[in-house]
Write a new protein. Structure first.
Length: 104
């Protein structure tokens, strides 16, 4: 699993039947900055993820990729590679709050 930030959405009016009804979001994976280890920084990559939870733009989320992305009830029959499986409330590392939802 990875921490990612929802940075946008994607609209596709024509898609395979197994994706009809699924919200697609643009997510940008984040990592712990290596020097001070007190903040999250972008990896500079983006993915399109199926949203299984109702996440919104600006939310930090947990994503999973590959065959694990097809293990949720919502995606087990869909050709997906990335799915949002959690909305992050807080990240703590070495006794420090690196991220807390609502404190941005």
């Amino acid at each position: 699993m990875f921490v990612a930030k929802v940075t946008g959405s994607l609209v596709s009016t024509q898609k395979t039947d197994s994706l009809v009804g699924h919200k697609l979001l643009v997510v940008e994976p984040y990592r712990l900055e290596s020097d001070q280890r007190q903040s999250l920084v972008s990896t500079g990559r983006t993915f399109i993820a199926v949203d299984a939870l109702g996440a919104g733009e600006g939310d930090f989320v947990l994503i999973t990729q590959g065959s694990s992305a097809r293990m949720t009830p919502e995606t087990q029959e869909a050709p997906v590679d990335t799915v949002i499986v959690g909305i992050v409330d807080q990240v703590r590392v070495d006794q420090h709050s690196v991220y807390s939802r609502g404190e941005e």
